[in-house]
Structure formats: C-alpha cells, structure tokens
Design a protein around this ligand. Structure first.
Ligand SMILES: [Ca+2]
Ligand SMILES: [Ca+2]
Length: 348
C-alpha cells in the first residue's frame, strides 16, 4: 500500500483528533527516545517537563517589546459571526485592567534562550512527534510518515518534528538556507507556552485580552486594521494565497512562517496578531458565551481544550477564515503543530 493510499483510507475511517495517535507514557519522561542533534549544550540526561524551577533572576520583563493596553471598557466577539459553530458571537462588553502584551509572537531565538537556561523539553520533543503541513515536507520525510489526520490529510504526524526541527529531523531553524531564529517558535503546546511565559515572569493573555489587543480600538471590524483584507492592495498578514491545500502562490512573500517583526497590523503596533502562527490564550474553550458585561473574564474554570486565536499562514478564506479578531479555535493543552505559537502578557 502506498503512503498516499494509506491517507485516503484513513479519510474514510472518519474524523479523529490531532493527538489520537500520539501516545504518551506519563510514567516516563522518554529521555531515552530523545536523540536529536542539539544545537546547544544541555546537561546530560536532564529532562523536565512540568517541574521548571522558577528563579527570580530569570524574570525578564522586556517591556520595550510590549505594548500597554490601558484599563477600560471594550467589546469582544461579534453579532455577525461568520463561523457560528466556533462561538464567535455574541458581541459582549468586557472591562479590563491595564496589561502589557508582546508586540511580537515569541521567536525561536527567545525560546532558545529559555531552553538554554532551563533545559526545558517541549511536549513535542517528549512525545517524539508533532504535526506538520504536508506542503512543507520533503518527499524523503513524507515517505516515512504513516499517520495523518483523517479529515485533514495535509496534516502529517512527523517523527522528531519539534520547535528546533519544524519539518522533521532533516530541517533546522539554524540551517544556512533558511535561518529562522527570528521566526515564531512553533510546535509548542499550551503547557510549553505557559512554562515560557512563567519563566519570563509573565503569563498567557486571556482570550479577552488577546482580542482587545487584536482589535486595536477599532469597533466591529474584521481585522486588526479594518474590514478590507488588503488595503491599498498591500498584504497585511501572512496567510495563504492560492488554492488550499495544493497551491500556495506566496503572494505575501511567505510559504511558511515569516519573521515575527513583519506585518505591523494595528494602532497598538502589534505584529502578526492575525496570521503567521496561531496563538495560545489562557482560557479553556467554550462556545456559548453570556452576553453579560464581564470584568476581567478568564473563561470557564475547566475544560478539555484551550482557546487559540488569530489563524496562521495556512489560513485561506475558503478553508479556514479565521484570521479575524473574533475568530477562534481550540486544541488540547498538550497539542502542538507547525502553525501554532504564542505571545505573552503581564498585568500592568
Ligand atoms: Ca503566506
Ligand atoms: Ca499570529
């Protein structure tokens, strides 16, 4: 059976979630399976996931790279939802305390600083695999893959894909032909994102904070900059042009991720708040929202999935029209993929 036929058969079996094939042995940190070429020195056998030792000296509040959102009353959600089942509506009033949020997605360089200081292993590294978009893989890597997502066969579970090796072991963020140290870190789970932000003395933004930051004080607009996708015929976000998933014309300049400093998008000076990589938020996922006015909402107290916002370089209007401020999606906290990253926030 060819690999392609295998995918087609899987599509007929039915939908299964991203991590249904990812097996985790909670009793073993799986250090023995970690045999990647590390690009910086790491203490031999050092393997921690949920036991980061936070140290006050590690706290680095780089507010020059953050923007302050002033306390006030804002609106999130929309009364004109496009993807109703995602819980984009209704429009609702929120009162927020002031906070800082990163102007940029967290980069590979920044995440490497964290890993170098702590020895942190991401969940993708411990699982031994992560999801990568098929169109970014070499044929050699694709030939080794035997797990895909049934209803989205362009997502392949690639062995040894991780933040350092976004397209599998043959790829590298420091390779000479495509240095990506200033690109967003990807293949990081919600738990990984929380670990990084906490080490920085910060936290993930709540969904309300993220969306208020995205909207940039514009009301009832689709995008951080307004309602027109390409004002003055200029690309404002790294998304997909062409026919998804077979043809990416890269008219915005990027097939995959772009540097985090590209695409300034709103009056807060936030970059890539929509597009490039999806961004984890602190909140648990729920699709039914009260229209009541809420003060510093933090979402439900428990759940199975976390909210991610902003869409990614794979989003196209025909397939994933989610590069809008009201749009949202979800993943389990241990999920990772090549189009999922984050930015941090901190209370002012
Ligand atoms: Ca693009
Ligand atoms: Ca983004």
């Amino acid at each position: 059976m060819t690999v392609l036929n295998f995918y087609k058969i899987q599509m007929l079996i039915g939908y299964f979630y991203l991590y249904v094939n990812a097996v985790k042995d909670n009793s073993n940190c799986q250090c023995s399976k970690l045999n990647r070429q590390l690009i910086f020195s790491r203490q031999e056998g050092y393997c921690i996931v949920n036991n980061i030792k936070f140290n006050a000296t590690n706290v680095i509040k780089e507010k020059r790279k953050m923007v302050k959102i002033n306390a006030g009353t804002y609106f999130i959600g929309t009364n004109n939802p496009i993807l109703v089942a995602d819980g984009e509506g209704p429009k609702r009033e929120v009162v927020l305390d002031s906070f800082y949020i990163d102007k940029f997605e967290v980069s590979n360089k920044e995440f490497m600083t964290f890993v170098s200081a702590t020895g942190y292993m991401t969940e993708a590294e411990n699982f031994g695999d992560s999801f990568v978009f098929e169109g970014l893989l070499t044929q050699t890597t694709k030939d080794k893959v035997n797990k895909a997502v049934a209803q989205a066969p362009w997502w392949l579970l690639v062995k040894q894909a991780s933040w350092q090796h976004p397209e599998g072991p043959n790829s590298n963020i420091t390779c000479t032909y495509l240095v990506r140290m200033d690109h967003p870190v990807s293949h990081v789970s919600w738990n990984d994102a929380v670990a990084y932000c906490n080490w920085m003395g910060m936290r993930l933004p709540t969904e309300a904070e993220w969306e208020v930051a995205c909207r940039g004080e514009l009301s009832d607009r689709l995008y951080p900059w307004g309602n027109k996708l390409m004002p003055k015929n200029q690309h404002k976000a790294n998304i997909w042009q062409g026919n998804f998933p077979t043809e990416n014309t890269e008219e915005d300049g990027y097939k995959g991720t772009s540097p985090v400093t590209m695409f300034s998008q709103n009056r807060y000076g936030l970059h890539n708040i929509v597009g490039n990589v999806w961004e984890w938020t602190a909140d648990w996922w729920v699709i039914k929202h009260s229209s009541d006015r809420l003060i510093n909402p933090i979402g439900p107290s428990s759940g199975s999935d976390k909210v991610k916002k902003g869409g990614s370089y794979l989003c196209h209007k025909s397939y994933c029209y989610r590069y809008r401020c009201a749009a949202r999606s979800q993943n389990t906290p241990d999920s990772s993929a090549g189009n999922l990253g984050f930015r941090c926030a901190v209370s002012a």
